[in-house]
Design a protein around this ligand. Structure first.
Ligand SMILES: *[C@@H]1O[C@H](CO)[C@@H](O)[C@H](O)[C@H]1NC(C)=O
Ligand SMILES: *[C@@H]1O[C@H](CO)[C@@H](O)[C@H](O)[C@H]1NC(C)=O
Ligand SMILES: *[C@@H]1O[C@H](CO)[C@@H](O)[C@H](O)[C@H]1NC(C)=O
Ligand SMILES: *[C@@H]1O[C@H](CO)[C@@H](O)[C@H](O)[C@H]1NC(C)=O
Ligand SMILES: *[C@@H]1O[C@H](CO)[C@@H](O)[C@H](O)[C@H]1NC(C)=O
Ligand SMILES: *[C@@H]1O[C@H](CO)[C@@H](O)[C@H](O)[C@H]1NC(C)=O
Ligand SMILES: *[C@@H]1O[C@H](CO)[C@@H](O)[C@H](O)[C@H]1NC(C)=O
Length: 368
């Protein structure tokens, strides 16, 4: 792929957005409930077939069509339609086939976010059809240097469905557009891991009005100007989402307050825990039956060795959990974990969560 990286740290006053909302931060509270995990290695949802119970729509409504999938529409101030996964994943691939929303000040985004505010982002500014932004945060640290990028693409993002893919592992995160690599972030680059996103993430796909007149001036500027709702409605389309979860599990528990991936305990589902039939398990029914309540820990030191703990679990064969210690038999009832998902709080994808921090944005022109 050709690109001219005019790494023009243009002194450009940009803005990095972070979703700052968490109902319980495990790095400051050791009693946070576990996260409901996606208990299979591979998952996909096709919104051209209609809505999915694996996803919760926050704020406003969505409509569905067989040709364009989920239509997330902003018609007035305060709208921030967002599809939020009812489950978390722990390293993996997330591919979203979508069309960004047009509209001055309208921001479309794909956000992966964890309970301790690790975050990986894609963002599109409605006034810039052929641009995409990427960003990341670790543990809610929004001190911005050159984390955010703005890329000019050779074709638009609003009128055609394009495939935005994140490949997220403990060693690096990659952003792809239609299979072409746009950006790689390594663990080391992210302040030697301190700012590296590495804890179980929920997936949030939606749009909000950064240009709403009630927002901070810096936010409106970053979003490309003030939104005029009379130009609307403004619609983002999400056709489908494919997910690979590299560490499938019924739940994820922070083993300590470090927020380090090696502290995350991955629990398998027990087969007949009927109380766990909350939202996320609808995504996991295929795999839960054969599982026992083995528990494993992802250990940094053994990341390349073979799996040990869950070798009896035939259903999640592609898991590279590489568990080193499966001792802790915390029989995590996977049910209550969904309590960590504050659905109403999810509208924080909107203005409340945007931090008007200035960033130096590395600008690159990509041939995508
Ligand atoms: C820690 O989390 C638990 C469970 O959500 C909650 O009940 C408790 O109030 C929290 N403690 C603090 C100090 O926030
Ligand atoms: C937050 O990140 C910045 C770099 O972006 C770093 O200088 C700072 O030390 C970090 N703060 C913490 C508390 O890790
Ligand atoms: C999206 O791209 C990824 C690779 O970047 C690929 O694995 C995946 O199959 C693609 N999905 C669709 C729906 O095209
Ligand atoms: C984990 O497994 C997936 C395939 O399931 C693979 O693509 C990925 O590279 C693996 N990650 C590591 C760190 O081994
Ligand atoms: C891991 O769990 C399996 C079954 O749950 C058990 O047989 C094995 O001894 C455990 N290994 C360790 C190291 O605890
Ligand atoms: C959820 O988030 C909303 C909005 O931020 C907040 O008002 C509400 O108290 C939260 N609910 C819980 C249960 O944390
Ligand atoms: C990207 O496009 C904008 C206009 O939308 C332009 O101002 C900027 O110079 C372009 N950046 C590069 C690196 O081509």
């Amino acid at each position: 792929m050709r690109f001219s990286k005019t790494a023009a740290l243009a002194g450009m006053a940009g803005l990095a957005s972070a979703q700052t909302y968490t109902s319980c931060n495990p790095t400051t509270n050791s009693s946070c409930p576990s996260d409901t995990g996606l208990n299979k290695a591979s998952y996909s949802v096709d919104f051209t077939a209609g809505e999915s119970s694996d996803w919760t729509l926050s704020s406003s409504s969505a409509s569905y069509s067989s040709s364009t999938g989920a239509a997330l529409t902003i018609t007035e101030s305060g709208n921030a339609p967002t599809l939020i996964s009812n489950f978390y994943i722990f390293f993996g691939r997330v591919s979203v086939l979508m069309r960004a929303s047009p509209g001055t000040g309208i921001v479309s985004s794909i956000v992966l976010e964890s309970d301790d505010l690790d975050e990986i982002d894609w963002e599109w500014i409605g006034g810039e059809d052929d641009q995409v932004q990427t960003d990341y945060f670790g543990k809610g640290n929004t001190t911005a240097y050159d984390r955010g990028t703005v890329d000019n693409l050779s074709s638009g993002t609003q009128s055609t469905f394009r495939n935005y893919t994140l490949v997220w592992t403990e060693t690096q995160t990659e952003w792809y557009i239609d299979g072409s690599l746009l950006r790689t972030l390594t663990y080391a680059e992210a302040l030697n891991g301190k700012n590296y996103p590495q804890t179980p993430m929920q997936i949030k796909v939606g749009s909000w009005a950064g240009g709403d007149s009630s927002n901070a001036e810096g936010t409106i500027e970053w979003a490309g100007g003030e939104t005029d709702y009379s130009d609307g409605p403004f619609t983002m389309y999400v056709k489908s989402i494919e997910i690979e979860n590299y560490n499938p599990g019924s739940s994820y528990t922070y083993g300590d307050e470090t927020g380090d991936y090696s502290s995350i305990v991955v629990s398998d589902a027990s087969s007949d825990d009927s109380s766990s039939s909350s939202a996320a398990t609808t995504a996991t029914t295929a795999t839960t039956k054969t599982k026992t309540t083995s528990t494993s820990t992802v250990a940094k030191s053994t990341a390349t060795s073979g799996t040990t703990g869950s070798s009896t679990d035939s259903s999640s064969s592609s898991s590279n959990t590489t568990s080193s210690s499966n001792g802790t038999s915390t029989t995590t009832t996977s049910s209550s974990a969904s309590a960590t998902v504050n659905v109403s709080g999810a509208s924080t994808l909107g203005k409340a969560s945007v931090w008007a921090v200035s960033a130096l944005l590395a600008v690159a022109a990509f041939n995508l």
